[in-house]
Write a protein that binds this ligand. Structure first.
Ligand SMILES: Cc1cc2nc3c(=O)[nH]c(=O)nc-3n(C[C@H](O)[C@H](O)[C@H](O)COP(=O)(O)OP(=O)(O)OC[C@H]3O[C@@H](n4cnc5c(N)ncnc54)[C@H](O)[C@@H]3O)c2cc1C
Length: 442
């Protein structure tokens, strides 16, 4: 068994998964997490695996890339996926969690491992020995600088946006109705705020005209795609957001028996449903403007905000050109994991942490590196992120646009095609895992 201790920097999604996976394979780990002593602009607690924005890990359906990723992680024994499932709250076809419970589940697993020592300290230089840097998109400035020196290539910084969270007890339940899209039965997982055309147009006018914290120099193209501020989307055209976050399809307002002109969906933040986030309303408006504009949404006239939306930095390296196929910095004992590699998304960060653990373990034990089949959600993302042919590297989440086309060219509808991708991916993954008992015997 490997005797060296692995240093992991960052007790977020990637770092926590990585630590647990290494410990379960008999490797000792020192896990550094700078919070709560030093915080980031988006974190609020000192807990491990804190979710900084949405509480959703996205779709669970197997014929979606996000759902397939979860199944792949399940087959590879992901610890944090299991924690998320234990902490889940109802969210239609998605896996959403009570974020405090999720962190508590992760911390319970970590503290049960004798081989993991957690140190709440900021790491400012890259330590000697085997290291996994999983410091996330909000990596502290000193470490970002040290990393930049190490990789010597492009290290980019830009801004993401987080949605506001409101107090459930201040919402007008005579106006809001519970329903999931296309849910005929009634009692759905979301709260919906219906808007008629006039209300919608006034709201959009206010949203677009409201004062923002950071002005013009943040072009929408520079923003994290899945987390674009609502006002940026709305600026693209009067109806732009009605085809996105405010789309009314699949909803029927019980008061009118009809589909509203537009709707804002609110998703429970916790199992008790005492707090709701405004789905898709990540924003860069000033706090007073958020209060004014979001209170124009019917049912939110008296809403109190537990947390306002904010914008944040995002740091990631040009992985295809400065990291090898295992996300290691060539010629060093340093490996990167999580969003800092330029992969994007909560589950992707978990997956990246798992992969970093497997590759670090393989290296310590003299085993071959992990080579996941490219047909998979994770395998195709890894291929994209580490292929030197990838140009203009930008953060990427799993999607079926990254997997190779099906050999059988028979015409299929989108759902049927996606189901075929998933079937192929799981077949290939099972085949690969069967050959890697050296990594998965634990
Ligand atoms: C504002 C924002 C909103 C996002 N919203 C979503 C979303 O809604 N859905 C989604 O799927 N993805 C979202 N992402 C993207 C991404 O999935 C998350 O950032 C995810 O948490 C990344 O996981 P990670 O483990 O790489 O980093 P993190 O979970 O951020 O973990 C990194 C950890 O490293 C610690 N750290 C940093 N520097 C040091 C240091 N020098 N020493 C010690 N510890 C350090 C940090 O405190 C942190 O705990 C968002 C990102 C941001 C920035």
């Amino acid at each position: 068994m490997a005797e060296q201790t692995v240093t992991i920097i960052g007790g977020g999604l990637a770092g926590s998964e990585c630590a647990l996976q290494l410990a379960r394979r008999g490797v000792s780990v020192t896990l550094y997490e700078m919070r709560p002593k030093v915080s980031s602009p988006a974190h609020h607690t000192g807990h491990l695996a804190e979710l900084v924005c949405s509480n959703s890990f996205k779709a669970t359906r197997l014929d979606s890339a996000a759902g397939l990723l979860k199944e792949e992680l399940r087959r590879m024994g992901s610890c944090l996926l299991a924690c998320a499932e234990r902490a889940s709250v109802p969210a239609g076809g998605a896996l959403a969690v009570d974020r405090e419970r999720f962190s508590a589940e992760v911390e319970a697993l970590v503290s049960a491992e004798d081989r993991i020592e957690v140190r709440h300290e900021e790491v400012q230089t890259v330590p000697a020995g085997p290291v996994v840097i999983a410091a996330g998109p909000l990596c502290s400035p000193a470490l970002s600088e040290a990393l930049h020196e190490l990789v010597g290539g492009e290290s980019l910084a830009f801004f993401d946006a987080a949605a506001p969270i409101v107090d459930a007890s201040t919402l007008d339940m005579d106006i809001l109705f519970t329903q999931s899209r296309y849910d005929e039965a009634g009692e759905g997982d979301y709260l919906n705020a219906p808007l008629n055309r006039e209300e919608y147009e006034s709201f959009i006018e206010a949203l677009v005209g409201a004062e923002r914290v950071v002005l013009k120099d943040f072009e929408s193209g520079d923003l994290f795609q899945a987390c674009q501020p609502a006002e940026e989307v709305a600026r693209k055209g009067l109806d732009a957001i009605r085809f996105g976050a405010m789309k009314p399809v699949g909803l029927t307002d019980p008061r009118t028996g009809r589909r509203p002109w537009a709707a804002v969906q609110l998703r429970a933040e916790n199992a008790e449903r005492t707090a709701y986030n405004l789905v898709g309303f990540q924003t860069n408006l000033t706090f007073p403007e958020q209060r004014r504009v979001f209170r124009m949404i019917p049912g939110l006239e008296n809403a109190e905000f537990f947390r306002y939306g904010v914008m944040h930095r995002n740091t990631f390296v040009d992985a295809p050109h400065v990291l090898d196929r295992t996300f290691a910095v060539p010629g060093t004992t340093v490996r990167l994991a999580g969003q800092i590699t330029g992969t994007e998304g909560y589950m992707e960060a978990v997956a990246s942490g798992l992969l970093a653990a497997l590759n670090t373990y393989a290296q310590l034990e003299g085993l071959p590196a992990v080579e996941l089949p490219r047909t998979g959600a994770l395998g195709s993302l890894v291929n994209y992120a580490t292929d030197p042919e990838t140009q203009d590297y930008q953060p990427m989440h799993v999607n079926f646009g990254l997997v190779p086309p099906l050999v059988d060219k028979r015409r299929r509808g989108k759902r049927e095609r996606y189901a075929a991708y998933a079937e192929r991916a799981l077949h290939d993954l099972d085949g690969y895992l069967a050959t890697r008992q050296d990594l998965f015997h634990a």
